[in-house]
Design a protein around this ligand. Structure first.
Ligand SMILES: [Fe+2]
Length: 608
C-alpha cells in the first residue's frame, strides 16, 4: 500500500510555512521567508510547498489531504465584530484590512486549490488547536498537558488542555482582546521595535532595565487573576480599532510618545522592557501552575509565539510545578503547519501515535532544504569563488582552530532549520571565551544593535558544567544562568556603568554568551541530530578545553536566515565573516574575488 501524504499550511497572517507528513512522520518543513528572502513573509507559501513536495518526491496529486492552520471564516467574524463593536472608530482599520481579508483570507479554500492545483479534501483546524497539536504530537510524551499563548488566532489568545495518545483536548481558552502576546507586542511597538519580530529585542533589552513600571501595568493595563487569566484595559490600546498597538492614553500613562524606531535607546525603554518582561513571566508562571493543577499531569508542552520567550520558559522549568517541559521549536505561526498536518493524520484519519521516550518528532528541527556537494560546487564555480574541499576530519579540525584564533565562521551544513533559531545548520560561529566577540559579531557581522546578546551551543553531555541546567534544550528555547563558579562578579565601577556600557564588562569565562544578568539562551547539541556540529564542538573542546561555541543565525539584521549556498555566499561577502564553510568546502574571505553589490542592500535590510 502506498504511503499517505499530508501537507500542512500556515499562511496569510505572518511567517507562512508548509510541512509534509508521510504516514504521520514529519519529513519536511520550511518557512516561506527563507525562499522569498522577505522576513516573516505572510504570502501563500508556494516555495515552501514546492520544496516539501520535492523533498517527498511527490506532486500535489499524491496528497491525501491538505490542512490549513486556522479557520479564516472565524477570523473574519472576529474582525467584523471588532469593527462593529468599535465603529465608527474602527472604520479606518476595517477599510485597510477589509479588502485584503476578502481577497486573500476569506476565500482561502479556493485559493489553496488554485495555488496548489489540489482537488482533494482541505481540512481546517482552529488556530490554537494547531498550536496545541504542534506542541503535543511531536513531543516525546505519551501524555502531557499543553499550554499555548500567542497574539491572537480566531478568538483564542491562550489555551490549555491535555494531549493523550493520538488526540488533544482543549479545556479552557482566553479570548481576544485579552492577549499576553498583544500586551508584549504593545510594548514592543512602544519601545520602537517592530511588532511580530522585535519581541526578541525587548526580551534581550530587559536585563538592562529596572522593573519600574510593573505596578503601573497591574494597576492600569491589566487585571491579572491568581490563576493567570486576565483582562486588558482597552482604554490604553489601539489594536481593536486602529493600526497601531497603543494610543494617547498609553502615552500619557508612561510619560511620552513611543520611541521612534532607530533612535537612541534610553534607560526608559530598558525599564519598560524589563517591566513587561517581568509581567509576562508572572503570567506564564501563573498559567503553568493552573495548567498543572487542572490537568494533574507532570509534563508540559508549549507553543504559540509567547513560547519563544525563552526567559519565561526557563522560569517555568525552574520554578514551575512540571517535571519536564517540551517546546515546539517553530512555536510561532509557522509551527501551525506541523500542528494541522498532525491533526489531520491522528484525528481525521484516526491513526495511532508512536512515541519514543526521550526523542521528539522534529528531527532536531533540521527539516529544510539541503544541497549536494555538486550543487554547492557548481554554484561556487559560477561565481568564481576561491574554495577548497577538505575531508571531514580535517575540515572540523581546521574550523575549530580558526574559531580558537577568534576568527568568525559562517557554518552552512546539511538541512536548514525550521523555526526562528539557527541550530548549527545555518549558523555563524565564534569563540565564546573572547571578550571582544560579542561587539565584533553584533557590529561587524550582523549590523545590529550592540546590546543584543549571543547564544551558546554546548555539547549535551557538558551543559551542566557551564550552565545551571541539566536537561535537553535542543531548540535554544530555554534561558538559564551561567554556573556560579564561572561567573565573575561585577566590580563597583561596572555597577555604576549605564545601560549598554555594562555589556563590555567580562562577567564569566565565556563572556560572549553571558548576558548582563549572567543568563544564557542555551542550545544543547547531540550527535544524534547533528553529528557534524557535535563533532565540531568536540574538536573545539579538544583544542581549547571549552565545549561551547557562540551560535548566531546566519543572516544580517532584518534578513531571513540564509537558505541556499548563494544566500550564504552573499552574506559572507557582505559582512566581515572570516571564513565560510559550505558542506565540505572551505572559503577564506581574504582569498575571494572582489564582490560587486547590486543595489543598496544595507539600506534594504536596516529597515527592520
Ligand atoms: Fe498564533
Amino acid at each position: 500500500m502506498s504511503a499517505t501524504h499530508i501537507l500542512g499550511i500556515s499562511a496569510f497572517y505572518h511567517d507562512s510555512a508548509a510541512c509534509l507528513l508521510r504516514d504521520g512522520e514529519i519529513i519536511a518543513a520550511a518557512q516561506e521567508e527563507r525562499f522569498t528572502r522577505k522576513k516573516g513573509d505572510a504570502a501563500f507559501p508556494r516555495h515552501a510547498v514546492a520544496y516539501c513536495l520535492e523533498a517527498g518526491r511527490i506532486t500535489a496529486a499524491d496528497l491525501a489531504f491538505v490542512g490549513f492552520y486556522d479557520k479564516p471564516i472565524l477570523k473574519f467574524e472576529r474582525i467584523l465584530e471588532t469593527y462593529l463593536g468599535t465603529a465608527p472608530r474602527g472604520f479606518g482599520s476595517f477599510l485597510m484590512a477589509g479588502p485584503l481579508w476578502i481577497k486573500e483570507k476569506l476565500f482561502t479554500d479556493r485559493q489553496l486549490r488554485e495555488d496548489l492545483g489540489f482537488g482533494g479534501a482541505i481540512l481546517y483546524s482552529e488556530h490554537h488547536e494547531s498550536h496545541a497539536a504542534s506542541a503535543f504530537f511531536p513531543s516525546p510524551f505519551e501524555e502531557a498537558a499543553f499550554l499555548t499563548m500567542d497574539g491572537v488566532g480566531e478568538w483564542a489568545t491562550a489555551s490549555f488542555g491535555i494531549g493523550r495518545g493520538n488526540d488533544i483536548e482543549i479545556f479552557k481558552e482566553i479570548h481576544w482582546p485579552n492577549s499576553l502576546g498583544l500586551l508584549y507586542s504593545a510594548f514592543t511597538y512602544y519601545t520602537g521595535f517592530k511588532v511580530n519580530s522585535g519581541e526578541y529585542k525587548v526580551m534581550g533589552l530587559a536585563p538592562y532595565g529596572e522593573p519600574k513600571y510593573v505596578d503601573l501595568i497591574y494597576r492600569e493595563l491589566m487585571d491579572l487573576k491568581e490563576d493567570g487569566s486576565f483582562t486588558l484595559n482597552q482604554r490604553y490600546f489601539n489594536y481593536l480599532s486602529g493600526l497601531t498597538m497603543t494610543n494617547g492614553a498609553f502615552d500619557r500613562l508612561f510619560g511620552g510618545p513611543p520611541r521612534e524606531p532607530e533612535t537612541r535607546l534610553t534607560q526608559r525603554e530598558m525599564d519598560l522592557a524589563r517591566s513587561v518582561q517581568v509581567v509576562c513571566e508572572e503570567v506564564m508562571l501563573r498559567m503553568a501552575r493552573t495548567v498543572h493543577r487542572e490537568t494533574g499531569l507532570d509534563r508540559l508542552c508549549l507553543a504559540g509565539g509567547v513560547a519563544l520567550n525563552c526567559v519565561g520558559n526557563g522560569r517555568i522549568l525552574r520554578e514551575g510545578p512540571f517535571k519536564e517541559l517540551w517546546i515546539q521549536p517553530a512555536a510561532g505561526d509557522a509551527g501551525g503547519a506541523v500542528g494541522v498536518a498532525q491533526l489531520a493524520w491522528h484525528r481525521h484519519c484516526g491513526k495511532p501515535r508512536a512515541v519514543t521516550p526521550g526523542k521528539d518528532g522534529m528531527r532536531g528541527a533540521y527539516l529544510g532544504p539541503e544541497y549536494t556537494e555538486a550543487q554547492i560546487e557548481d554554484y561556487l564555480r559560477s561565481v568564481g569563488a576561491t574554495h577548497r574541499k577538505l575531508e571531514r576530519g580535517e575540515l572540523l579540525q581546521t574550523v575549530a582552530r580558526y574559531l580558537a584564533e577568534e576568527k568568525i565562521v559562517g557554518w552552512f551544513n546539511g538541512r536548514m532549520e525550521f523555526g526562528p533559531r539557527a541550530l548549527g545548520a545555518r549558523s555563524i560561529l565564534g569563540d565564546p571565551r573572547s571578550p571582544r566577540m560579542q561587539a565584533q559579531m553584533n557590529i561587524k557581522i550582523k549590523f545590529r544593535e550592540g546590546f543584543r546578546p549571543f547564544a551558546p551551543s554546548v555539547l549535551r553531555e557538558r551543559v551542566s558544567q557551564y550552565f545551571e541546567l541539566d536537561t535537553d534544550s535542543p531548540y535554544m528555547l530555554l534561558v538559564a544562568p551561567v554556573r556560579k563558579q564561572r561567573q565573575i562578579p561585577m566590580g563597583e565601577v561596572a555597577d555604576r556603568l549605564w545601560g549598554i556600557d555594562k555589556l563590555n564588562v567580562v562577567r564569566s569565562d565565556i563572556p560572549a554568551v553571558t548576558h548582563i544578568d549572567y543568563s544564557a539562551r542555551i542550545q544543547t547539541v547531540s550527535r544524534e541530530t547533528n553529528p557534524d556540529y557535535y563533532d565540531l564542538l568536540l574538536e573545539f573542546e579538544r583544542l581549547t578545553g571549552c565545549a561551547v561555541l557562540v551560535n548566531t543565525s546566519f543572516n544580517v539584521r532584518g534578513e531571513p536566515i540564509v537558505c541556499s549556498p548563494a544566500d550564504a555566499f552573499r552574506c559572507f561577502m557582505r559582512t566581515h565573516l572570516d571564513y565560510l564553510v559550505l558542506g565540505p568546502y572551505l572559503l577564506e574571505k581574504a582569498a575571494q574575488p572582489e564582490w560587486k553589490e547590486q543595489g543598496d542592500w544595507q539600506r534594504e535590510f536596516q529597515l527592520d
